[in-house]
Design a protein around this ligand. Structure first.
Ligand code: 5GP
Ligand code: ZN
Length: 116
């Protein structure tokens, strides 16, 4: 994936606007443009990597940082106690649309299990 053409890299650079709810050295999080729940935040690393199947040992901290950010954002959004779901889609069958690895933080309602 060409970083110039990656919508999430363009959000990181500021070329595309997003409602940013959290940022640290390695991570940015913003409200999903097409929310599937009252709280739906997309959490991404600033460094481009396509998907989970591309992760290497050296990326463990980066990927773990997405979950730590989710923990903080859940508090910011007031859903830390009610609960929430973290989802990372990988590839075609999972329905991954944006090829820049990300974690969805969904909350504010009850979710079905198993997912559809
Ligand atoms: P995926 O299907 O790849 O796991 O999820 C990509 C998510 O990114 C979708 O929920 C989609 O609504 C969201 N998304 C795609 N483009 C944009 C954008 O330009 N801005 C924002 N805020 N969200 C986006
Ligand atoms: Zn990217």
């Amino acid at each position: 994936m060409d970083v110039e053409n990656c919508i999430f890299c363009r959000i990181v650079s500021g070329a595309v606007k997003a409602a940013v709810v959290y940022e640290d050295d390695c991570t940015v999080a913003f409200d999903d443009i097409n929310p599937r729940a009252p709280v739906h935040v997309v959490i991404i690393p600033k460094r481009h990597i396509d998907m989970v199947s591309d992760l290497k040992e050296k990326d463990a901290g980066m990927f773990g940082g997405l979950a730590i950010a989710a923990n903080r954002i859940a508090r910011i959004k007031g859903i830390a106690d009610s609960g929430y779901r973290l989802i990372t889609n990988c590839g075609k069958d999972a329905g991954q649309e944006v090829l820049h690895i990300h974690m969805h933080l969904l909350g504010g309602r009850k979710f079905a299990w198993p997912p559809g």
